[in-house]
Design a protein around this ligand. Structure first.
Ligand code: NAD
Ligand code: DAU
Length: 347
């Protein structure tokens, strides 16, 4: 079984690669990643020498390259995570999201179609998507697999479009596909442009904690390793043509989450309780900011037996401990390109 994971050097992809390389030694796992600002091979240093793991540096937006790669390796399954993933960057530069998230996905679909021919036995294209495709919820309700698509940011519009192409290749060409749409992940190796790692990094350095708007926006947080376990289960037991929603049943308003992070960090860093909360700074809102996301994950629980295994309190402490013991990792990713971007967004 040759499995291609795209975007395996990124946040979620690296946890997926580690899980497949260690839990499925009979599979050969290929990690295709362009190593953009978000890709970091040091995320995988513990497994990079495993005999069933191979890294390929390459760009999914390059159609002829992808066709050649698939002819050469004849992958059996594709788990597609490579993407531009940050909403704020999509507001600055929508076209790069169109290129990677839409054109990149269609290049992969075309390559699968051409190498698999008509014989789809044991073949699968598994597309990793987001709850953001469903748009924004009001005070109550949950996104189900039947919720209509209503994306509001260039990022979510590009992910929605890629989901539609995946579905269309199933309907039109019978390509064996499955999609999962997950809520906000957090955990080790999360790039510090996203809320939780950005706040952890800024608390360490006693820098302002930028909270958009009134801070009352709500997200449903899931520990990244629980997402990797869900992806493993969907890849093995998911029904072709189906969509599975994945979430943490764990809604937090941003301001409450940032305050909780401050309190845990004060405790871990032996600072006076309440001191980090003084760093909280309300700033201009994100344009088109989705008010609330929340996932109904009952389908994957009922049909595939998955549910989150880590409580938020446990996950957050594991995450903070990881960042505190991996200061080099944080230092490396916060230099160079990221710093320039940071200045542009927050100065
Ligand atoms: P990430 O930004 O941390 O990683 C993306 C990876 O894709 C990086 O390693 C990057 O180098 C690679 N990549 C980008 N462009 C590429 C290209 N043209 N060719 C090859 N590789 C390329 O993203 P993430 O947070 O790990 O998200 C992974 C996937 O999961 C994305 O598809 C995202 O939409 C989806 N998702 C993320 C979350 C979340 O909370 N982070 C939640 C639900 C779904
Ligand atoms: O819901 C799944 C999505 O979650 C994924 O598809 C995306 O790839 C991922 O980036 C994430 O998107 P969000 O926009 O929800 O995540 P982010 O961490 O950027 O923001 C979380 C919330 O915090 C959101 O309401 C915006 C707010 N925020 C974010 C940043 C970076 C702030 O208030 N201040 C900040 O500095």
């Amino acid at each position: 079984m040759k499995i291609l994971v795209t975007g395996g050097a990124g946040f979620i992809g690296s946890h997926v690669i580690r899980r497949f390389v260690t839990n499925h030694p009979s599979y050969t796992i290929y990690n295709l990643d362009a190593l953009t600002y978000a890709g970091n091979l040091s995320n995988l240093s513990d497994i990079e020498k495993a005999p069933n793991y191979h890294f390929i540096k390459g760009d999914i937006t390059d159609g002829p390259y992808i066709e050649n790669l698939f002819s050469k390796y004849a992958f059996d399954k594709v788990i597609h995570l490579a993407a531009e993933s940050h909403v704020d960057r999509s507001i600055e530069d929508p076209l790069s999201f169109v290129k990677t998230n839409i054109i990149g996905t269609v290049n992969l679909l075309n390559a699968c179609k051409s190498i698999w021919g008509e014989d789809y036995t044991n073949k699968l294209f598994y597309h990793i998507s987001t709850d953001e495709v469903y748009g924004s919820l009001g005070e109550d309700g949950l996104f189900t697999e039947e919720s209509s698509y209503d994306p509001n940011s260039p990022y979510s519009a590009s992910k929605a479009s890629s989901d539609h192409f995946v579905r269309a290749y199933h309907e039109t060409y019978n390509l064996p596909v499955v999609i999962s749409n997950c809520s906000n992940n957090y955990g080790p190796n999360h790039f510090p442009e996203k809320l939780i790692p950005l706040c952890i990094n800024n608390i360490i350095h006693q820098k302002p904690l930028p909270v958009y708007g009134d801070g009352k926006y709500t997200r449903d947080w899931l520990y990244v390793i629980d997402h990797a376990i869900a992806i493993d289960q969907v890849a093995h037991k998911g029904v072709v043509g189906e969509t599975y929603n994945i979430g943490g049943y764990n809604e937090w308003q941003n301001i409450d989450l940032v305050k909780l992070l401050c309190d845990i960090m004060d405790e871990k860093l032996s600072r006076k309780q309440g001191s980090s909360q003084n760093l909280i700074t309300f700033i201009k809102d994100r344009p088109g900011h989705d008010k609330r996301y929340a996932i109904d994950a009952s389908k994957i629980t009922k049909e595939l037996g998955w549910k989150p295994s880590v409580t938020f309190e446990e996950g957050l402490r594991l995450t903070i401990d990881w960042y505190l013991s991996n200061a080099d990792w944080l230092e490396n990713v916060t230099s160079g390109n990221y710093l320039e971007y940071y200045k542009k967004m927050y100065s």
